[in-house]
Design a binder for this molecule. Structure first.
Ligand SMILES: N[C@@H](CCC(=O)N[C@@H](CS)C(=O)NCC(=O)O)C(=O)O
Length: 222
């Protein structure tokens, strides 16, 4: 897939700059901001929002390459959560949430703690393509863990990532729940939404769990 010029990797942008970047027709509220989630934000945003849309970003691939010693792991046994890897051929599915008015500062304050302080993520401007209107892309804020952050673990064989996920748990729950809820979301997106890296890790987990069962039953185990 050729990288869409609109999906050029732009430098990290401040939320305020992004709010003013919304096209005039996008929203009468100049304070409106879209936040793109592609990991736990997909199923647990935990901030108030006015609208949400399923869709994708181009030029990035999702990877379980960020360590997590709080939400899904500990200092002794860091879990693995996702980040975005710049990839010209990449496409990552997730959910964009629109926050407006007072929701903007509340969401940013909350995410700064959850993502930046506790998770090591930075903010980055991305171009989001709604599944139901890809011809009308939106500017959105994404939280991305770069290789420079102290929690970054980087690439590993999917089997090793699966082993680590099976062994870890943190304050937000088991790392396996994190993996399976993301896989569940991707199944709901339909056959056009593929994530080979995620699928390979789920398959590796399945080969290691003696009683591996459908996702909804496996979620009941964690
Ligand atoms: N920034 C990504 C990943 C965010 C993410 O998964 N962060 C983790 C670790 S800092 C988190 O918030 N976990 C909460 C949970 O696991 O329920 C997203 O947009 O979803």
């Amino acid at each position: 897939m050729k990288q869409d010029p609109a999906a050029q990797n732009t430098p990290p942008s401040s939320p305020s700059a992004l709010q003013s970047a919304q096209p005039p027709g996008e929203d009468s509220d100049p304070q409106a901001l879209w936040i793109f989630g592609y990991g736990s934000l997909v199923w647990r945003p935990d901030f108030a929002y006015s609208a949400s849309r399923v869709g994708f970003v181009r030029g990035y691939s999702r990877r379980f390459w960020q360590g997590d010693t709080f939400h899904r792991g500990s200092d002794k046994m860091p879990g693995r959560v996702v980040t975005l890897l710049e990839d010209r051929e990449g496409c990552t599915w997730g959910v964009a949430y629109q926050v407006r008015g007072e929701q903007v500062n509340e969401a940013l304050k909350y995410l700064n703690v959850r993502e930046a302080v506790l998770g090591g993520y930075d903010t980055k401007e991305v171009t989001f393509y709604p599944q139901d209107a890809p011809e009308q892309p939106l500017k959105a804020l994404a939280y991305v863990a770069t290789p420079q952050n102290p929690g970054y673990l980087g690439p590993a064989p999917e089997e090793a990532i699966a082993t680590q996920i099976l062994a870890c748990r943190g304050f937000s729950g088991h790392n396996l729940e994190y993996l399976l809820r993301l896989a569940d979301f991707m199944q709901l997106c339909g056959p056009q939404a593929q994530d080979e890296h995620l699928e390979a890790i789920v398959d590796a987990v399945g080969s290691m769990l003696p009683c591996f069962c459908p996702i909804e039953q496996a979620l009941a185990l964690v």
